[in-house]
Ligand binder design. Structure first.
Ligand code: IMP
Ligand code: MG
Length: 177
């Protein structure tokens, strides 16, 4: 086994575990939306790009992919403020929308996004998130969750620490210091 990067404490989720869970999620989503003529998938940049690429290639239903980029201020801490850095190309009125996010921590980003998207009158809005940090008080429903994880900083498979470690094939826990 190759040496773990010195910034990392341990591998939390292996590539094989990720692949299996992403297949399960794709199967459930494909079945849940099989009656709709199209699913409008919104990937949240940058963190969700790898998860989104794997998930969408496993879907068995017609779908469109678009992206939004959001930012909360600061490198690793999540403050209340969220900004839209890049918006959708089309209106989503009447569409079945699925938000694909890398991770939900405080739920701030998602709750803001949910509010914005609902205001655009889609037929429905659901959320698929790869990782959910176990905390209390989340005011947004999470319909599809890959893994529940402890409250640690994780990197890899799209997730970063100050833009580092994003392309690791596994989810790793960052050392505290
Ligand atoms: P929230 O608004 O607190 O739910 O934070 C959500 C955003 O913070 C995510 O979309 C990530 O971009 C980032 N984030 C939160 N926790 C982590 C982590 O452990 N690793 C990498 N990014 C994280
Ligand atoms: Mg994110």
């Amino acid at each position: 086994m190759p040496q773990l990067h010195p910034d990392l404490a341990r591998v939390l989720i292996s590539p094989e575990q990720i692949d299996q869970r992403v297949s399960e999620l794709a199967k459930t989503i494909s079945s849940d939306y099989k009656k709709e003529d199209k699913l409008y998938i919104i990937g949240i940049l940058k963190g969700a790009f790898i998860f989104l690429a794997d998930l969408t290639r496993k879907l068995e239903i017609p779908h469109t992919v678009d992206f939004m980029a959001l930012s909360s201020y600061g490198k690793t801490t999540t403050t209340g403020a969220v900004r839209i850095l890049m918006d959708l190309r089309e209106p989503i009125e009447g569409m079945h929308v699925l938000i694909v996010e890398d991770i939900v921590d405080t739920g701030n980003t998602l709750s803001y996004l949910h509010r914005i998207l609902k205001g655009r009158k889609p037929a429905s809005v659901k959320t698929c998130v790869l990782l959910h940090k176990l905390r209390d008080s989340l005011d947004v429903p999470l319909e599809y969750v890959g893994f529940e994880i402890p409250d640690v900083w994780v990197v890899g498979y799209g997730l970063d620490f100050a833009d580092r470690h994003r392309t690791l094939p596994f989810i790793g826990e960052l050392k505290r210091e």
